[in-house]
Structures are given as structure tokens and as C-alpha cells.
Design a protein around this ligand. Structure first.
Ligand code: C2O
Ligand code: CU
Length: 478
């Protein structure tokens, strides 16, 4: 098992420290540590070694006093970081060592239906499967997580999730901060009971925890040099949106689908569940010994404390032009499809049925899709297997935020809003999912199946025959 570096206090020693502090102050350990200079060090995610299997199993969180409350991929939460290059074939053997069904979904990846880890194609306890598909998309930060029918929320809450990085030549040529100057942050929230055991207070309207966690650690700190730092953030929470600010300059350079066209300075960013952002945090003007914090007003203590140390002169230059983004175009203002999100369980008056395929959309054609939140927002809406562009937002906020530009795969629809997107599927005919990424809403039925095909009618018939699901052979366990 690979252990993240920088554990900070070792688990057993922390237990003693925690027990002693807890006994005297009757305040949870993490709260005491958050307010002190003794915050645990932020673990950096460890890469999945080539050829290694990815197993969903019971796991450990660095902060847990008892190791039995969590799940993790290869025993850790977040799981190992997967890194691939555009054009290469991604291959991994996945295994389910949980006592219940699960799936491995590659969020943000353009993948053939049979490898997409959809609920129709579960892995039973003890089963293994070989995943293999080519990486056909640009550099971006994606992630993998469970997607079993009706049980995604519980599994993700207990810790299943990991980052999936795609690199390409365009991005490499930019010379963005890397190595020690690149930080991967998986944000989420949690509830802990006695002895820091994970509690899951399931709420059909989206479970939120009172305790923030980054890379599996509650209220961590990190040492960084006084340079420009590339910070790549995933909101892996079940339902919470994070509203982030930092007391150093933040420049947004990318989001779900990769780099934006040009960097843009921002003061805050709002991230719904499953959204990603890529930014440059400028620490060049912070004196060594200084502290910079990442904050969310929902929490009294900063989520992350950055302790700035002296480094050799900043070697990074952020180009003023990052990429070129094709602008999708569509004739006319009328939407091709309308999706109304209702309460905690329905889209257009219907709850998810694994076997019901609602419509088919033509491969290669740009469509305009309209989303409305009738009740129960905000809904972070996610569509599998492609990227799209937000065109307009009406009613509440009216505007498309800087972090909603470029290519997206998930966006936040708040109560009473209407958002139009332009979308196109370029690669695979097959079965796709559209759903709310508040995981309890997803499990509750705010999800639908649709098909993509050169001939939509045929695609619909094929999808309805179920020929596209469950056809991946299982491997015999090794
Ligand atoms: Cu991140 Cu269908 O999920
Ligand atoms: Cu929702």
C-alpha cells in the first residue's frame, strides 16, 4: 500500500495527543489542532504505480483514530493519483473488495459505455474487471468515484474517490508550475463521532458535514515556497458547495475540461460538487515565515494554512495565452431539449430507472439543452462522456462566472434558475447518463439515461435492447 508522504503527526502519536487534549478541553481534536500551529501536514497524493490494480476496499484516513470507519481505493482516501497522457491507452484492473456492489466511474473522461462504470454494469463483491480505453481528450484534472445504483452517496461519503490527471503536449509546452510547486487539493466535508469514527447522517436533500477535509485530513497545513504555485482543486463533497477565497492573488487558468483561453484574476470561486478548478496562487510577495490561508466563510477556521518558506527565485512564467477553445455554435434560440429538475428525485417528472432510455442525440451535432430548477436546488448537474459550454443563465444570477467558461462537465443550477448549454458528443455511440451530482439526489432518482448515435433512432433501439450494458467480461480473480 502506498502511503501519502507528509503524514504530519504519526497516527498513533496523534491518537495520544488527541485523547489528552480532548479529555482536558472536551473539544474535538481537529478543532484544537485547527486553531493551533500544530495542524497536521497536508498529504500529497501518491501516484498509482503502472500495472497496479485499483481496489475498492475498507481504508484509513490519516486523522482517524480507528481505521475501520472509512473506505478507500487501495486503502487510502483519496485514492492513488492516476496520471495518463493524451493518445495513450489507459489500462487498469479494478477489483471490488467491499461487501457490496460498486462501480468505477471515470468522471470527466470520454470513455466507451462499457468502461464508464455506470450503475447498469456493477462489480459484485469479489469481482475484478479489466478497463482499457484510449485517452482522446485534452489535458485536464478529472476523478474517479463509485457510481452503483442507489448507493453512490454512502460509498463516496466513506471515502471512495481519487484524482485522474490527463497531460498533453499543449499544456506541457506552457511550463506551468510543477513538482513541489503544484498542489492537488481534494476538498470535501465529513461528520465524525466519538473516536473520530465517520458518521453518515444521510439526508435525502444532500448530506453535508460540519468538518472540512482536504486530501483526507481535517484542517491541514502545508509548507510552500514563495513562488507561483499551481493549485488544482476538486470538490469531492457529496453535496456541499465550497466558496473559496485566499489572502494571496488567485489567477484562474482552467476548470473541468482543461485550460481556459487566458488566465483571469479572481477574488473568490464557488465550486459545486464534482467541479474542478486550476489556479495560480501567487506567493512571491509573501515574506518567508508568512502565512496565507484558504478560507470558506461556512467554517470558522481556514480550510488550509499555507506556511511560506524561502525558495530560490520563482522560475515560473504564466503565459498570457493558454489555449484555443473552439466556440460551439447553434442556430436559433430554441432549445433542442428541456430538463426540469424537481425536488430530490425527479427530472421532467420521472425518477431514474436503470432500464429506461429517455432520448437519443445525434453523434457530432451541436445541440442546445435547457435546464430549469423547479424546486430543491442547487443542483450540480453532470453529463457523462463529453464537455459542453455554458451559454446563458437566466433569473437569479444572470451571469456565467469566470470559472464556468471554457469546457465544462458539471455546473451549478440554483433554485429557480434557467441555464442553456451547447453540447456535442464526438466520440462514442452508446449509453450516457445525465444527473445531479448531489449524490443523495442522484441516488434518489435525479438521473436519466440517454443514447448517442449516428442514427439516433437506431441508437435508441440498441440502448433499449441493453446490448450496450454488462458486456464487459469479468476477469478471474488473481
Ligand atoms: Cu461524477 Cu455520473 O458522475
Ligand atoms: Cu440535485
Amino acid at each position: 500500500m502506498t502511503r501519502p508522504q507528509n503524514w504530519g503527526l504519526d497516527v498513533s502519536r496523534r491518537s495520544l495527543v488527541g485523547a489528552a487534549l480532548g479529555a482536558v478541553l472536551t473539544v474535538p481534536t481537529y478543532q484544537v489542532l485547527a486553531a493551533s500551529s500544530k495542524r497536521p501536514l497536508l498529504p500529497r497524493p501518491q501516484p498509482l504505480p503502472p500495472g497496479r490494480m485499483l481496489t475498492a476496499q475498507r481504508g484509513r484516513f490519516p486523522f482517524l483514530l480507528q481505521g475501520d470507519g472509512g473506505y478507500g481505493y487501495n486503502g487510502s482516501s483519496p485514492g492513488p493519483l492516476i496520471r495518463v497522457r493524451r493518445g495513450e491507452k489507459f489500462r487498469v484492473r479494478v477489483a471490488n473488495a467491499l461487501p457490496v456492489e460498486t462501480t468505477f466511474h471515470w468522471h470527466g473522461l470520454v470513455a466507451p459505455t462499457v468502461f464508464d462504470g455506470q450503475p447498469q454494469n456493477p462489480l459484485a463483491p469479489g469481482e475484478e474487471r479489466e478497463i482499457a480505453f484510449p485517452i482522446v481528450q485534452r489535458a485536464s484534472m478529472n476523478w474517479y468515484h463509485p457510481h452503483p445504483h442507489g448507493n453512490s452517496a454512502e460509498q463516496a461519503w466513506h471515502g471512495l474517490g481519487g484524482l485522474f490527471i490527463i497531460e498533453d503536449e499543449e499544456e506541457a509546452a506552457l511550463g506551468l508550475p510543477s513538482g513541489e510547486d503544484e498542489l492537488f487539493l481534494t476538498l470535501r466535508d465529513i461528520e465524525l463521532g466519538p473516536l473520530d469514527k465517520i458518521l453518515y447522517p444521510a439526508d435525502a436533500d444532500g448530506t453535508e458535514g460540519r468538518i472540512p477535509m482536504i486530501n483526507g485530513v481535517v484542517y491541514p497545513r502545508v509548507l510552500l515556497r514563495n513562488r507561483q504555485i499551481r493549485v488544482r482543486i476538486l470538490n469531492a463533497a457529496n453535496a456541499r458547495a465550497f466558496n473559496l477565497t485566499a489572502d494571496a492573488g488567485m489567477t484562474l487558468i482552467g476548470n473541468d475540461g482543461g485550460l481556459l483561453e487566458a488566465p483571469v484574476a479572481i477574488e473568490r470561486v464557488m465550486m459545486g460538487p464534482a467541479e474542478r478548478i486550476d489556479l495560480i496562487l501567487d506567493l512571491r510577495h509573501v515574506a518567508p515565515g508568512g502565512i496565507v490561508v484558504l478560507k470558506d466563510p461556512a467554517f470558522s477556521e481556514p480550510l488550509l494554512q499555507i506556511e511560506v518558506v524561502e525558495g530560490a527565485a520563482d522560475p515560473w512564467e504564466i503565459p498570457s495565452r493558454l489555449s484555443t477553445i473552439e466556440k460551439l455554435v447553434h442556430e436559433g434560440d430554441e432549445p433542442d431539449r428541456l430538463f426540469t429538475f424537481q425536488g430530490q428525485s425527479m427530472i421532467n417528472g420521472q425518477s431514474f430507472e436503470p432500464k429506461r432510455i429517455d432520448f437519443a442525440t445525434p453523434l457530432g451535432k451541436v445541440e442546445r439543452w435547457r435546464f430549469r430548477a423547479a424546486r430543491g436546488g442547487p443542483h450540480p448537474i453532470h453529463i457523462h462522456g463529453t464537455h459542453f459550454q455554458l451559454l446563458e443563465r437566466r433569473v437569479e444570477r444572470e451571469r456565467i462566472e469566470p470559472w464556468e467558461r471554457g469546457w465544462k462537465d458539471t455546473f451549478q443550477l440554483v433554485h429557480a434558475e434557467q441555464i442553456d448549454i451547447l453540447i456535442r458528443f464526438n466520440e462514442y455511440e452508446g449509453g450516457y447518463l445525465l444527473h445531479c451530482h448531489k449524490l443523495e439526489h442522484e441516488d434518489g432518482g435525479i438521473m436519466l439515461n440517454f443514447a448517442v448515435g449516428k442514427d439516433p433512432e437506431k441508437a435508441l433501439a440498441l440502448a433499449r435492447s441493453e446490448a450496450m450494458f454488462g458486456s464487459v467480461p469479468l476477469c478471474s480473480p488473481t
